[in-house]
Design a protein. Sequence first.
Length: 94
Amino acid sequence: MSAIPFALDPEALRDAFPPDYLERGSRYFRNGKVLSADHNPAQGLLTGRIVGSRGRVYQCIVHLGHEEGGAPMVAGQCSCPVGYNCKHVVALLL
């Protein structure tokens, strides 16, 4: 169900997110916690809603692009207390 305009291989994800966020975000994705995911390729945005561990719904906005060297760039904002490149962003990317 990935709506990402380029492949985020496991190495790129490991570079962007701490291991515990990757693990928990993957679990959220597998357990169907992603309520919505919308991709706007013209703006390089991925937006979505993810159910958190206590049932609260968080809003995520992910800016997708490439760094100067061509590597994928992910900058995800979330309404959760962490706020940036959290487990909810990981779930949305998957």
